[in-house]
Write a protein that binds this ligand. Structure first.
Ligand SMILES: *Cc1c(COP(=O)(O)O)cnc(C)c1O
Length: 412
């Protein structure tokens, strides 16, 4: 089968042609599965040959509401017909409403809109440092930020400076100083790392890229207490764990913990465009003054219109409930595989990290087999499957995909 390439007039292309183009003209910083997708709707995607697949990755949780959710497409389309970009040099009529609605949804007071997740984390780190100098009174250039091992916060030079993943970090030095790495899940290691120079603790409430690692139940509450006792900010990176993925709006809601700053991204853009934000208290985000931080595209009208529609979908709690209910079924089935074809399953809501036995096929090989069975999934680390379907997936589709996972793990 062939498909026409938009913009390349009447040129027939096959899957292998697309793969060859990528191989030749794109940098090799990814190793995608050999499928070329052309259309998608809900939790299904179709390739250029017309084969249909179930999406078990959901764009690393950027597609929590599925592909082309009608409310989100409608909001984007409507906004495309009105106003797309103004820069922050001027006000526009989507900006204030977006900020208010996001603050109200997340129970926070202020919003700093950005674009990518990495930018949101960078912005949170800048705000935390400024707060440390202007409010806490740490001496100039002495502020430290405590992070966790196996973290993933994005790909900028500063963020990889405190990554513990050699692949993400090697050859990108010199690295940004001012970060202290502690052991994820171990509050005592944070307690020992806190000094009068500590500005903030930055953690993922559940570590996504590390393999959907859920910390011990008392970890986040203990971090909250340590931060309170030592005048330190708690920054929770909810870019992957937030916005209903775990069955609550924020993963910290499971423990009833409130962060001083949250970073949001991925699903905030509804799978349509990059939208991220730092949200938090006025006493922290209020340190920024005109000219001290910014972004050409951050908070643009199209992003705000889509973001508002995303907030609309999250506001009645139905996606959170769906994630809890389908997540229960997901975990019930996966837990039944432990000790048989998998060694461990972790996660919360419609989100699971599934460890494969070291002697069996690699994560990559399992994903290649799943592709043949019509399921798109992606390993994280070498031997962990990350299962994160769109939250709009039907119960039947979820089990159809899990049937394929079971078959592939059984070696069929
Ligand atoms: C994906 C992710 C980021 C980075 O987001 P980008 O949009 O890729 O820059 C940061 N933190 C967490 C927890 C993530 O999962």
């Amino acid at each position: 089968m062939t498909a026409a390439v938009p913009g390349v007039r009447d040129t027939p292309f096959e899957t292998s042609d697309f793969l060859a183009l990528d191989e030749t003209y794109s940098t090799h910083n990814y190793h995608p599965l050999p499928v070329v997708l052309a259309t998608a709707s809900g939790s299904r995607m179709t390739d250029v040959d017309g084969h249909s697949y179930l999406d078990f990755l959901a764009g690393y949780s950027a597609l929590n509401f599925g592909h082309r959710h009608p409310d989100l497409v409608a909001a984007a389309t409507e906004q495309l017909g009105r106003l797309t970009l103004t820069s922050r040099a001027f006000h526009h009529d989507q900006f204030g409403p977006f900020c208010r609605e996001l603050a109200e949804l997340t129970g926070t007071e202020m919003v700093l809109p950005m674009n990518s997740g990495a930018e949101a984390v960078e912005s949170a780190l800048k705000v935390a440092r400024k707060w440390a100098y202007r409010v806490k009174g740490i001496a100039e250039d002495r502020a430290e930020i405590i992070v966790a091992g196996s973290n993933f916060h994005g790909r900028t030079t500063t963020l990889v400076s405190f990554s513990t993943d050699p692949e993400a970090r090697a050859d990108y030095g010199p690295y940004t100083p001012g970060f202290v790495v502690t052991e994820y899940g171990d509050a005592r290691s944070v307690e020992e790392a806190i000094t009068p120079r500590t500005a903030a603790v930055l953690v993922e409430p559940i570590q996504g890229e590390a393999g959907v690692v859920v910390p011990p139940r008392d970890y986040l509450p203990r971090l909250r207490r340590l931060c309170d006792d030592n005048d330190v900010l708690l920054i929770c990176d909810e870019i992957q764990s937030g916005l209903a993925r775990t069955g609550e709006l924020l993963a910290t809601d499971h423990e009833g913990v409130r962060a001083d700053l949250y970073t949001l991204g991925k699903a905030l853009g509804g799978g349509i465009l990059p939208v991220s934000a730092v949200v938090g208290s006025r006493s922290v985000l209020g340190v920024l003054r005109p000219g001290e931080h910014g972004s050409t595209f951050g908070g643009n009208p199209l992003a705000c219109a889509v973001g508002r529609a995303v907030i609309g979908l999250l506001s009645d709690g139905s996606f959170q409930q769906r994630s809890r209910e389908l997540g229960q079924q997901l975990h019930d089935r996966l837990d039944g595989l432990v000790g048989r074809t998998v060694t461990a399953v972790r996660g919360r809501g419609l989100w699971a990290g599934v460890d494969l036995p070291p002697e069996g096929p690699t994560g990559r090989q399992v994903c290649e087999r799943l592709l043949e069975h019509g399921v798109l999934c992606k390993q994280t680390q070498d031997n962990t499957l990350r299962i994160a379907p769109p939250l709009v997936i039907s119960e039947e589709e979820l089990h159809e995909g899990l049937d394929a996972v079971v078959r592939v793990l059984d070696g069929n």
